[in-house]
Design a protein around this ligand. Structure first.
Ligand SMILES: *Cc1c(COP(=O)(O)O)cnc(C)c1O
Length: 355
């Protein structure tokens, strides 16, 4: 059995793949494919309404927040967030914790003024900066909750008097969050919520319409809110598959249950990395991610050999990002403890062969 540790697009539950494939041939006994039904049809309206209500329920999204399903990925949100929340002449505060955070900063600078409150670039993003001050006159404070590439995660919402904007692409729905702590949350679906092609946006309504900037409608959250995520044709199939995945998560017991599983999975893997003399983790212990576990071999010459063994054991997608090297095991919601145990077994087998 293959175990997919890929960072994104990523593994989804088998039952989601099965139901998704059935619907391609015959959606809900309509005799039509999910790929051909109108996004304005009663059937699809049911899909988008259920997807939204599952997000609202699973994440306990309070009233006063809109939930949107957009296209363009998290990368489009790097620009849309400042377009919609950064008034002309104001500045936004950003925390730089890795590649995605830096890209968000770069895009925000094209829209307005940006203050970078702290960066861990000095140590190749192996930690999360803790000592920084958020200017009280900033329009908002932006941070990346999980650094997919460098394997660090921010579990506690930073204290901030200004609205918080968070890129949660790679840890959304993996642990409990308090949505009311945030002004805007966005996440590309392909790391934990569903397939590529849809981006989840949760935005506090009262923050919108205050920039003094006229936006192209497609980049304005308010046009999407007014149209119930149907300002233009939404990514019908990606939303449908996300709905199936959210149903799976709900049936499993929701965020509390998956969070416990994610704690156990990551602890199992980090314990082995610490115990096994051939490997070492790259992120500092207190900031280690539960979703993306980054590690290297003590002996550089072992790297290819371990990847070969992993391949033999059908452990897929373990090669680390080029900016970190070594390995990255992405252990998102759908990656089972069986998969983690198979990786740990391979690491132990590798130790026996090489010591
Ligand atoms: C993958 C990723 C992105 C980029 O997402 P796209 O949907 O490809 O634009 C942004 N932020 C984080 C944290 C990511 O993991």
């Amino acid at each position: 059995m293959k175990h997919n540790f890929g960072a994104g697009p990523c593994i989804l539950p088998q039952e989601v793949f099965q139901k998704a494939s059935q619907a391609v041939l015959n959606f809900n006994d309509t005799g039509l494919s999910i790929l051909e039904i109108s996004h304005r049809s009663k059937e699809f309206e049911g899909v988008i309404a259920e997807t939204e209500s599952l997000v609202r329920e699973l994440l306990s999204v309070p009233l006063g927040y809109s939930i949107l399903f957009l296209q363009g990925g998290a990368s489009t949100q790097f620009a849309m967030a400042p377009m919609n929340l950064l008034p002309e002449g104001s500045k936004a505060a950003y925390l730089d914790t890795g590649t995605w955070a830096s890209k968000a900063i770069k895009e925000a600078k094209r829209i307005g003024q940006v203050t970078v409150v702290a960066s861990s670039n000095d140590a190749n993003y192996t930690y999360v900066p803790k000592d920084y001050e958020i200017p009280t006159d900033a329009a908002y404070f932006h941070y990346t909750s999980n650094n997919t590439i460098f394997g660090t995660e921010i579990f506690e919402t930073p204290a901030s008097v200004v609205p918080i904007v968070s890129d949660m692409s790679s840890d959304i729905l993996s642990r409990k969050i308090k949505v009311s702590d945030y002004g805007l949350i966005y996440a590309g679906a392909q790391k934990n919520m569903g397939p590529a092609g849809v981006t989840l946006v949760i935005v506090k309504d009262e923050l919108l319409g205050k920039t003094g900037r006229t936006l192209p409608s497609i980049f304005d959250y308010q046009s999407h809110i007014a149209a119930g995520s149907m300002y233009n044709t939404p990514p019908v199939y990606s939303i449908f598959v996300s709905m199936l995945n959210l149903r799976w998560l709900k049936k499993k017991g929701g965020i509390d249950v998956i969070e416990q599983e994610n704690i156990i999975k990551s602890r199992t893997l980090y314990d082995e990395i610490e115990r096994n003399p051939l490997f070492k983790g790259t992120a500092i212990t207190e900031d280690r991610s539960r979703m993306n576990v980054t590690f290297v071999t003590e002996n550089k010459a072992h790297e290819t050999a371990f990847l070969d063994l992993a391949k033999e054991r059908e452990l897929i997608g373990l090669k680390g990002h080029r900016s970190v090297g070594g390995f990255r095991a992405s252990i998102y919601n759908a990656l089972s403890i069986t998969g983690v145990n198979a990786l740990v077994d391979a690491m132990q087998e590798f130790e026996e062969k090489n010591t």
